[in-house]
Design a protein around this ligand. Structure first.
Ligand code: OAD
Length: 235
């Protein structure tokens, strides 16, 4: 049980595992996305420069799958926590799906971008909603400025989004909870250590021990859809 005091600020970091029970594959587990394809060939600026069509086919396939699934009890538990805590809860997700929003979360920060948004690779036009599939024979999308439209995703070698807000929230939290993330991809893998060094209590929720397990004070080894709905107790 994670006990939350009336003035506690809580930072939650979610990863692919929280969407696994909804039917979306993780990256590194059995059947994981990076077990079947090399990340360097798809999720890097170099891959995009070399073959934007191939990159769009990959993200179109992921858009198709993500559009078919529904949130699970883990997403709903975090949405309920947000309703109970208001701005004392900071929900940061590495996931690009919109299952937190579908479950009712209003303020999830998508540090690795959003699958159902696109942006111009060149001009200052803001990211925009886009659920289109860019697969042949459909041509690659172009901005009115003439440049290609790319997925609004943080690729390897790029800086994740909203890092200022994230570090501010990390510096204020008294509780840090990671759920469904393997603890290998930086900078997210270091958030728990950052919070713990400041004195925050740290928890992990997921079926396997993550790579950064030494920084967690307590681990709840189980599926997030089963553990999260009964995890929180308000003092
Ligand atoms: P990983 O695939 O690395 O890890 C998924 C984690 O979810 C593992 O630790 C599993 O044990 C756990 N898991 C599996 N089923 C679960 C369940 N039912 N409940 C809870 N946990 C479960 O995914 P991430 O850590 O999210 O980045 O990967 C981090 C980043 O690497 C991703 O955001 C993505 C990827 O490359 C980009 O694409 C930029």
């Amino acid at each position: 049980m994670v006990e939350i005091g009336p003035n506690d600020r809580v930072f939650i970091l979610t990863g692919a595992g929280i969407s696994a029970e909804s039917g979306l594959p993780t990256f590194r587990g059995e059947g994981g996305i990076w077990r079947q394809r090399r990340a360097e060939e798809i999720a890097t600026p170099a891959a995009w420069q070399k073959n934007p069509q191939f990159v769009w086919e990959f993200y179109s396939m992921r858009r198709r799958k993500a559009a078919e699934v529904k949130p699970n009890p883990g997403h709903f538990a975090l949405a309920a926590l947000e309703r109970a805590m208001g701005d004392r809860l900071f929900l940061c997700t590495q996931n690009v799906d919109n299952l937190h929003e579908q479950a009712g979360s209003r303020n999830a920060v998508h540090m690795h971008g959003e699958l159902f948004k696109s942006r111009c690779e060149s001009c200052a036009r803001l990211p925009f909603d886009d659920s289109n599939l860019y697969e042949p024979p459909r041509p690659l999308p172009r901005c009115p400025c003439g440049a290609l439209i790319r997925p609004h995703i943080c690729w390897f070698g790029e800086v994740p989004f909203q890092m200022d807000r994230i570090f501010r929230a990390l510096s204020e939290c008294m509780l840090f909870i990671a759920a469904g993330t393997s603890g290998v991809v930086e900078p997210a893998a270091s958030f728990a250590a950052h919070a713990r060094h400041r004195g925050a209590r740290t928890f992990y929720v997921g079926p396997e021990t993550p790579a950064n397990s030494s920084v967690f004070g307590e681990m709840f080894l189980g599926k997030s859809g089963e553990a999260l709905p009964n995890l929180f107790k308000f003092l």
